[in-house]
Design a protein. Structure first.
Length: 206
């Protein structure tokens, strides 16, 4: 396969500073979007210690209803450089017969802003895709021995594919395999989705 000299997908070595940046952005967005935003979480590979990743922060905002937040979030997010993307559904894991309508979301993207680019995934609280994002992160955090292999896979994949869409399509089945292992772990350990920021009354704003 021909590879362009400047590929669309770049996976870089882990940076401990990602966590600090993500926490700062998450706190800013939580204060901006509450009380509709119930939780804001750092998810994805940059949330896993020692994981190579695209230098893009993935954050997840949990809400009660997607329909009510799209209009409410668009203007304040636009003022901070976020653009609403057309993607409204997450990948349903292979082998699942779940209704794809339960895997809906809203996605805002910020690029070329101060600091790292940000993907802001807004998902319904209690939905399977909200849960999967946290399970995937927490399983990898609990199994650091699995991190190097997954990181290496992503690095090789980034060099082999021509664009981000292909990268995501190839990566999804591998994520499905991780989830297939993570689900028994969740049942055995009693894992439950945990959140670091919970909606507080608006009168408690700083």
């Amino acid at each position: 396969m021909h590879k362009d000299s400047s590929p669309d997908v770049v996976v870089v070595a882990p940076d401990p500073g990602w966590t600090v940046q993500a926490e700062a952005v998450a706190e800013e967005l939580y204060d901006l979007l509450r009380p509709l935003a119930l939780h804001v979480e750092h998810i994805g590979s940059t949330a896993v210690p020692g994981m190579a990743a695209k230098p893009v922060l993935d954050l997840q905002v949990s809400v009660r209803a997607l329909e009510e937040v799209e209009g409410a979030f668009t203007r304040p997010l636009a003022e901070r450089g976020f653009v609403l993307a057309p993607y409204r559904h997450d990948h349903v894991p292979a082998g699942s017969d779940d209704d794809p309508a339960r895997w809906t979301k809203r996605l805002w993207i910020r690029q070329g802003h101060q600091g790292l680019d940000v993907n802001l995934h807004v998902r319904r609280a209690g939905s399977p895709n909200e849960r999967l994002a946290l399970l995937f992160r927490d399983w990898l955090r609990a199994h650091p021995e699995a991190v190097p292999a997954y990181a290496r896979f992503k690095q090789v994949l980034a060099q082999a594919v021509p664009d981000l869409a292909t990268y995501a399509d190839v990566k999804d089945p591998v994520v499905d395999l991780v989830v297939a292992v993570a689900e028994p772990w969740a049942r055995t350990t009693g894992w439950r989705p945990s959140t670091t920021m919970t909606a507080r009354p608006a009168t408690h704003r700083r």
